[in-house]
Design a binder for this molecule. Structure first.
Ligand code: SF4
Length: 362
């Protein structure tokens, strides 16, 4: 196995595209060879994007936690009648956006629950309200689920919704709601969400309209390695066709407050080995992605640092205000200061650089 693994890693480093079987094989590794895979991915990262560790100064605005869906992995959403429901109206959203502007963020992210009364107009209004008080800020918002929901509620096509959102100021779309792009898994964890085919179609439509998106995976619940590989293969195929993904963001499942975990239908999240391998295998397999982001919110700051020497090159955002992972039980969710990011980067011999949403260095 040792020689076989080295040969495989050498072939990949010399530019050979990995097969799905190769990726599956790498996910199986359990011993010190994990470090060899991480080292190969780190070399690939250096070749592809150099030695900077990038970050964006951003702020979340989660407009509401009221949601018509009930995804099993979600500890954030509330149903009518629950305690702790919130909905931010125009004046609250503009207050938060003005605060974001004062904090000199270059990106505002809005993703929310699927409010029973929301339509395409609601999403577009939110974007316009934000732009009114924070002109020039890049709006990274919505995801294929919100687009499909808005389309259904407004009797429009998803292409029409995306066109309206772009006209209202959407700069790029979140590639969340992907979870695992395998319908058998989606049935277990998020039966009411868009199907794999719908997710892919909406992402392709966004890219065709010139709306870039991120790409994500949520792993560590009830999926198997084959599911992870199939998911990565779908992302690579889309990227070959559109080049519209700005980065890949692995999202490690936060299990504590989720119905899925409490019902015994999910494990208690990914292990450290799995977290490192997800980053490293993604770097090696997704040969058409420049940027692999590590989520310090999901993984914690120490694991995020290790991921930066296993193939990742980006630390994501400063994240003023985060409530989705916090709802699921994550602890490192509120704001990571760039001075701490700098300490993490310099400790592994790299330089921290601030970027825009679309990865221009500022
Ligand atoms: S993950 Fe999103 S769509 Fe699913 S229940 Fe939570 S807020 Fe609603």
């Amino acid at each position: 196995m040792e020689n076989h693994l080295r040969t495989l890693l050498d072939e990949i480093k010399s530019g050979q595209r990995m097969s799905k079987d190769d990726a599956w094989e790498l996910f199986q590794v359990r011993d010190r060879q994990v470090w060899e895979i991480a080292a190969a991915a780190d070399e690939m990262r250096e070749q592809r994007v150099g030695n900077a560790v990038t970050y964006v100064r951003n702020q979340n605005i989660n407009v509401t936690n009221l949601c018509v869906n009930a995804c099993g992995f979600c500890g954030f959403s509330k149903k009518p009648g629950d305690d702790g429901i919130y909905y931010h109206d125009k004046s609250e959203i503009q207050k938060k956006a003005s605060l974001a502007k004062m904090r000199e963020v270059s990106e505002i992210c809005t993703v929310s629950g699927l409010h029973p009364d929301f339509t395409t107009r609601s999403y577009c209004d939110i974007y316009r309200w934000i732009h009114e008080v924070a002109p020039g800020v890049h709006l990274h918002a919505s995801n294929p689920m919100e687009v499909a929901y808005a389309a259904r509620k407004s009797h429009m096509s998803t292409l029409e919704v995306l066109t309206a959102m772009k006209a209202a100021g959407l700069g790029s779309m979140c590639g969340t709601a992907a979870e695992i792009l395998v319908d058998a898994v989606r049935k277990k964890i998020c039966a009411q969400k868009v199907s794999t085919d719908e997710w892919v179609r909406i992402i392709r439509e966004a890219h065709a309209l010139g709306i870039p998106t991120t790409a994500t995976i949520m792993y560590g619940h009830c999926e198997c390695d084959e599911d992870r590989v199939n998911h990565l293969a779908i992302l690579r195929e889309i990227q070959d066709a559109t080049h519209g993904f700005t980065e890949f963001v692995p999202l490690s499942f936060i299990h504590m407050n989720t119905p899925l975990f409490h019902a015994g239908m999910a494990r208690a999240g990914a292990t450290g080995r799995e977290d490192l391998l997800m980053v490293a295998v993604a770097r090696l397999f997704l040969d058409n992605f420049k940027n692999i982001q590590v989520s310090w919110v999901k993984e914690g700051i120490k694991m995020a640092q290790l991921s930066l020497i296993a193939g990742a090159n980006d630390l994501g955002g400063t994240m003023f205000e985060e409530s989705i992972s916090k709802g699921a039980g994550a602890v490192n969710t509120d704001y990571l200061d760039p001075t701490e990011m700098q300490r993490i980067a310099e400790d592994i011999g790299r330089t921290l650089k601030r970027r825009t949403t679309l990865y221009e260095i500022v």
